[in-house]
Design a protein around this ligand. Structure first.
Ligand code: DC
Length: 222
């Protein structure tokens, strides 16, 4: 069994906040794999490599270093070839690029190799879409965190306001459509591992969700 807490789930399910806070409470590294897909798109753009040029992306990833470093404030931040892209990774353009490069098999294979290396030093919490299914099928803990499209839309609107892209119903419909695309795509579809625990937090507060998972893992990790 790998000393990994795998947190998978759709966007706006609250999994990033959960994973970050678990990492802090358990004093173990936090790996946000979405950032690695975003960094791939970001590094490609800087090199004028197209987001669908599979061969060039594969070559780029073979030599690019991706490393998580802990900041003085305790955050785990992704560095690419010693450069810190920071907030640049959060733009909608880079998010679209991440989603594009994430459909390419060889990109996923290269990132998988890097992600698997990251568990060599001890316990980690790793968050993404396919951690429990593809990256660490032998993870000691697997959680699939989700909430209804309506509830996720509500949270997104509360967080992003006008930037969320429409009314509650419109945002919920866009989220449901993205779920459909993500869970039916051929490569690494978004789906719970058979042995993952499903945590639907539609009717749970953030604290309830956090405590539920924390209590399940703390004795093994601390
Ligand atoms: O979680 P996020 O929004 O930062 O993810 C960015 C993109 O990367 C998103 O389109 C899904 C994709 N992704 C993926 O395919 N597999 C992962 N393990 C993590 C992210």
């Amino acid at each position: 069994m790998d000393k990994v807490i795998a947190i998978d789930g759709p966007s706006a399910s609250g999994k990033s906040t959960l994973a970050r806070n678990l990492s802090e409470a358990l004093h173990i590294p936090y790996i946000n794999t979405g950032s690695m897909f975003r960094a791939t798109a970001w590094a490609a753009a800087r090199r004028n490599i197209a987001w669908d040029d599979e061969k060039a992306l594969e070559n780029m990833l073979r030599t690019l270093t991706m490393e998580y470093r802990q900041s003085a404030a305790g955050d785990f931040e992704l560095f690419c070839d010693d450069t810190f892209p920071g907030e640049e990774l959060r733009s909608t353009e880079i998010a679209a690029g991440a989603s594009k490069v994430g459909t390419l098999l060889s990109v996923r294979a290269e990132l998988k190799r890097l992600q698997q290396q990251m568990s060599k030093i001890g316990w980690i919490v790793m968050e993404g879409r396919d951690i429990g299914t593809v990256i660490f099928p032998e993870a000691q803990f697997k959680f699939f965190v989700t909430a209804s499209p309506m509830e996720r839309a509500r949270r997104r609107l509360a967080q992003e306001g006008d930037k969320a892209g429409g009314s509650l119903e419109e945002v919920a419909a866009a989220i449901a459509e993205r779920d459909r695309q993500d869970s039916t795509r051929a490569v690494a579809p978004l789906k719970p591992a058979e042995d993952a625990e499903l945590v639907d937090n539609s009717n749970m507060t953030y604290e309830e969700t956090f405590n539920y998972i924390y209590n399940k893992v703390k004795d093994a990790v601390l």
